[in-house]
Write a protein that binds this ligand. Structure first.
Ligand code: FAD
Length: 461
């Protein structure tokens, strides 16, 4: 028996004392890790991006890591946890923010990584096991002339299951929108957490019940994802005197539907000063636009620039061993590049209103000049072009951070707050999706899956 001190949110309905010997007996030959140092190390994700969560979650750890080899092992583990009322938190690549994969109430950390590989693929669709690494998945799909429509900037370390359960969009969202858009997740296969677990196939809209639910609505074992015709991608950096010019160039390319692109990220100075390996492409004092353009459309890209800015880098995208792809300077990697040398900053996750995009971006820039440093990602959102943003924030106090968030919201900029652990707080709408919370009662009636993350859930059993 073990007893953990866990954050209050997770303590409400889940027993604090877990009968690990009884669990081991029920698991039989399912591989486990009990070595405390390893268990503690793997009980962590990228929660520390937030100075608030870094303090709040520093002592969180699971009791045991269970490493299913296949779906049968997942079912056996889910059943054992349900019988013994032991909490279960899925962990994949462990790159999540918001403490998404942190086992707040201890118990089992279910390492899903061995469930990997493509189940089948055909032109336009690939079905893969949840623990499949995104780079490996993309490379295998590319061999057949297709590629993933989108991936997070953590493609080299994250999994397809972790992306769907914890992410929102990324490289490719400028063309296809986020994971929430219809058609971007075709189906999910899940295991429920009950004494007799069920295996459910969720197709189309129903698959959204597991999207960004932080693994609280079932253990995903397989996903069916759309793919797109593969392009030879060219990485480009364009430097501009001002952020306003970088934004305008990005906007013009984003609106050019005939130009095939995967990434358009305007980034204000001094953020590029932290991009050590790209130093020569990031002139002192200048804003940059990072872009990924399909090779046949480079000429059109340059034509849209019409002499604006200076192209400082133009090279085929590389993501092989030893290569740092350019997209690892965008999305939430921008924050990481800064954090490598200076832990005093943090970040926010924003969505700007599409109908007054430029006005809103520049208004926030002016309001927090020098304190909130702009870094935007052009995306499609419900059929329109807008910007998601992961600005760097010079952190002072929790009160100031909350004031910055409130000010953005009062100006109509939506904030997914990465400084709280609940998916309600981390959602732009500050609530769990109605479908997701209703579904949780069906698939996790005792509230054992990643307790404390869907804070509004009241167990039905
Ligand atoms: P984990 O971190 O292991 O898990 C994430 C969540 O999913 C957890 O709640 C976990 O319990 C749950 N989960 C994982 N697998 C399963 C499963 N099989 N069944 C049920 N639940 C499961 N996110 C983006 O959307 N776009 C980005 O561009 C992006 N860039 C990032 C850059 C950096 C540097 C960092 C640190 C994070 C970034 N993120 C981004 C967040 C994160 O990387 C992504 O969400 C990523 O896809 C998570 O995958 P993972 O395999 O690491 O999942």
């Amino acid at each position: 028996m073990t007893l953990h001190q866990t954050p209050a949110a997770a303590r409400s309905h889940v027993p604090q004392s877990h009968d690990i010997p009884a669990l081991l007996a029920l698991l039989g030959d399912v591989p486990v890790i009990t070595e405390p140092v390893v268990v503690r190390r793997r009980s962590r994700d990228f929660f520390w991006y937030s100075p608030i969560l870094a303090e709040e979650l520093k002592d969180v750890r699971a009791d045991i890591i269970v490493q299913p080899r296949d779906e049968a092992d997942v079912i056996r583990t889910a059943s054992a946890c349900a019988r013994l009322r032991i909490p279960l938190t899925v962990r994949a690549g462990g790159t999540g923010n918001y403490g998404q994969a942190m086992p707040l109430a201890g118990g089992v950390l279910l390492d899903i990584n061995a469930l990997s590989g493509i189940v089948w693929q055909k032109p336009g669709v690939a079905r893969a096991r949840a623990g499949t690494n995104l780079l490996a998945l993309d490379q295998e799909v590319r061999a057949g002339g297709y590629e993933l429509r989108m991936h997070p900037s953590t493609k080299r370390t994250a999994t397809i299951g972790g992306f769907v359960a914890g992410g929102s969009g990324g490289v490719g969202s400028v063309a296809y929108g986020g994971l929430r858009e219809p058609g971007n997740i075709l189906a999910a296969r899940i295991v429920t957490v009950e004494e007799e677990p069920r295996v459910l196939e969720l197709r189309q809209d129903a698959a959204q019940k597991v999207n960004r639910a932080y693994g609280t609505t079932g253990i995903i074992t397989e996903l069916e994802m759309p793919t797109a015709p593969a392009w030879p991608w060219i990485d480009v950096i364009v430097a501009f005197d001002t952020f306003e010019e970088a934004f305008a160039a990005g906007r013009d390319v984003a609106h050019a539907d005939g130009v095939v692109k995967k990434l358009l990220s305007p980034i204000a100075w001094p953020i590029p000063s932290k991009f050590g390996a790209l130093k020569r492409a990031c002139p002192e004092g200048q804003a940059i636009l990072i872009a990924m353009i399909a090779e046949p459309f480079l000429e059109s890209f340059r034509a849209i620039l019409a002499g604006r800015g200076t192209i400082t880098l133009e090279a085929p995208s590389e993501e092989g061993p030893g290569q740092v792809p350019l997209y690892e300077y965008t999305w939430n990697h921008t924050t990481l590049q800064w954090l490598k040398t200076d832990r005093s900053v943090t970040y926010l996750q924003l969505l700007y209103p599409h109908d007054r995009l430029e006005e809103s971006v520049m208004q926030m820039k002016a309001l927090f000049e020098g304190e909130v440093l702009p870094h935007l990602e052009f995306i499609r959102f419900a059929g329109r072009i807008t910007c998601s943003a992961l600005p760097i924030v010079r952190y002072t106090t929790p009160e100031r951070l909350n004031a910055i968030i409130a000010e953005h919201e009062s100006h109509g900029v939506m904030v997914a707050n990465p400084h709280v652990v609940s998916l309600e707080g981390g959602s732009r709408h500050k609530r769990a999706d109605a479908d997701q919370s209703g579904f949780k009662a069906e698939v996790d009636p005792m509230g054992l899956l990643n307790p404390g993350k869907m804070a509004s859930y009241v167990p039905v059993r």
